[in-house]
Design a protein around this ligand. Structure first.
Ligand code: ZN
Length: 166
């Protein structure tokens, strides 16, 4: 089956066809498809809202300003990584102010997740490398099952502190 993708934001139909062997993959692609223009627009909005371009930190946001898709979440982390290029010690948040605290929230279906301020460059890098994998909820450092990983081996990602709220 070959179909032209339609942008989920502006409804523009593309003038090329996509064809994938796997129907599930195709549906996922089509359901998340955005045209170039909308993708650029969305990236701009993410930067404006979440990146403090003075410090290159992610701004602290309340639950009421949750990110609401994995795609946007990965996009934000990608942008942050770009702003902090190869600064391996960089933390996503202002650590003296927000150490161990939720910096941003993510809402997927009915579940909330929070990413803590002391998450750092290496952790983000590893999480982005594994972005094609499903998420698993594993035991945290004190034995509660609420830590998110996307590593295939189900181990925690070092320096990456994403927790699922009960
Ligand atoms: Zn569009």
């Amino acid at each position: 089956m070959s179909v032209p993708p339609v942008c989920n934001v502006c409804d523009k139909e593309e003038d090329f066809l996509v064809n994938m062997g796997n129907l599930k993959k195709l549906m996922e692609y089509l359901n998340n498809y955005k045209c170039k223009e909308c993708e650029i627009m969305e990236t701009k909005l993410i930067i404006e809202k979440f990146i403090d371009t003075q410090t290159n930190n992610i701004r602290k946001k309340d639950k009421s300003e949750s990110i609401n898709s994995k795609t946007n979440f990965y996009q934000l982390l990608k942008v942050w990584k770009f702003y902090n290029k190869e600064n391996f010690d960089a933390k996503i948040g202002h650590v003296t102010k927000y150490k161990g605290q939720p910096l941003i929230y993510l809402k997927l279906y009915d579940s909330y997740y929070h990413l803590n301020a002391d998450t750092s460059y290496r952790g983000i890098e590893n999480f982005l490398e594994n972005r094609e994998n499903d998420w698993q909820i594993i035991l945290n450092a004190v034995g509660n099952r609420n830590l998110v990983t996307n590593r295939l081996d189900g181990k925690a990602i070092k320096h990456f502190y994403l927790y699922k709220l009960k």
